[in-house]
Design a protein around this ligand. Sequence first.
Ligand code: ATP
Ligand code: MG
Length: 562
Amino acid sequence: MSAENTTQQNNFIRTIIDEHNASNRFGGRVQLRFPPEPNGYLHIGHVKSICLNFGLARDYNGKCNLRFDDTNPVKEEDEYVRAIKEDIKWLGFDWGETEFYASDYFDTLYEYAQKLVGKGLAYVDDLSSEEIRAYRGTLKEPGKNSPWRERSVEENLDLLERMKRGEFPDGTKVLRAKIDMSSPNMNMRDPVMYRILHARHHRTGDKWCIYPMYDWAHGQSDSIEGVTHSICTLEFEDHRPLYEWFLDKLEIHKPQQIEFARLNLSYTLMSKRKLLKLVNEGIVDGWDDPRMPTIAGMRRRGVTPAALRNFSESVGVAKSNSVVDVAQFDFAVREDLNKTALRAMAVLDPIRLVIEDYPEGKTEWLEGENNPEDESAGKRKIPFERELYIERADFMFDPPKKYFRLAPGREVRLKHAYYVTCTRYETDDEGKVTTVYASHDPETRGGWSNDGRKVKGTLHWVAVNHAVEAEVRLYDHLFTEANPSAARDDESFYAIINKDSLKVLPRVKIEPAIADCAPGTRFQFLRQGYFCADLKDHTAGRPVFNRTTSLRDSWAKIKKKS
Ligand code: ATP
Ligand code: MG
């Protein structure tokens, strides 16, 4: 199970488990499952569910199975199975031997179906799907019984067998539970259990041409595995009576279904169907595009597994739906990266700074700590020379009073190096600054003055002759609206896509020490944010860094105020 660092807070699910343990309902056993459908990559909503289920298993010395809910052959693929496993492991959880597939239970489910038919509790229906919908009634009106509802047990068993053998075309027959067409709960109005679908399944191949519906497969799979607590999201609350009806009628082990509120994040979409659309239409560069809310995307962006687990814990487990501010997620990312990311200097929008009283051709190797939060991260050598790069935004020739960076006559600290004072500057024909000139104080080596003289500004810089050029990718939200799931049709969906969610800076200057870092290495570029060497494109010859998040900490401020 692992991922030891995050112990869960108390929540209503733990209260239920404690009660079951006290009453010995499951003999003290706690067994959970995480049941992804392999029809897309896992996203941050799934992270919530994974941390909850695997976390409970860890804290109660129980088990958590991984079960692929692969009952829909049309949308499911092995690529997703592989990616889902990789992502759960990367998050820090381990399902041990218990990797299951709902499709492993197709034979048992079929026997269970025969059992219900035998008890007169399921029947083969010849109505078309449109007719079934029409007969179902509405929330205000009861449904109508199908004319095929009273078939004999023998006829139903025979038809079911022939459905399975492939004698009927898609959509011509279904197996339905015989419950109550006037139930106030629509899920109880003779729900469909099996449909005919002549489609190849990613694991069972062509063995089956009838496939179980979600409600028919899910609870029985839980039961077969011996799950004690089947945790799902709120929209399944109305399905619980059906979940229990099947298990009661089959007289098999009955887990307890418990619903909790799904995680929603502002500016973030979590519908796999819509995420797939972004991928298929090339609006993003695959499921692992760093702007995607998928685990694979966030990993490429530079988010750490610990940050995801901490965030998931910090939002708690609720019984009613709400939307979490994405700033709270950024806060968790920064909090973890601040402890672990290596510090380095990179100039994103460079202009030249020439130290005129520093000898030409001389290089000094100065020292900088790799992480002030962690001494064990050690130090690195940083070359200093007469010509440096600084940020364009760090110089103004006509600055306002509160500007504490470089301006004619003003003194600043160059991080890890010297105090420098601006003497003059040059512009191009359009008046754009090209070069700034300064003198330095040799007594301030390392960036500290002995005479107690203070400077307000500290700038980052990179030596021109030792600089390595890198590509830096800056990201913004994929959507311009806080609630992108509100877009119901294509037109409104396309309208809220943020056209500026990716900005590529092709000529960033970085310190030589970090150019040959391994893909995935995380840095704090001083004053610029957290960055991660891209997992796919970064090489020592062509360094590529993704910005994980900026340094701005709006959530910390929000938290302080409240
Ligand atoms: P979608 O509707 O986008 O296809 P899903 O919920 O059907 O998503 P599954 O693969 O079936 O996706 O989900 C696996 C598990 O993850 C389920 O138990 C589901 O309840 C849980 N889950 C999915 N999304 C969220 C979310 N936003 N918050 C919490 N749990 C979630
Ligand atoms: Mg689902």
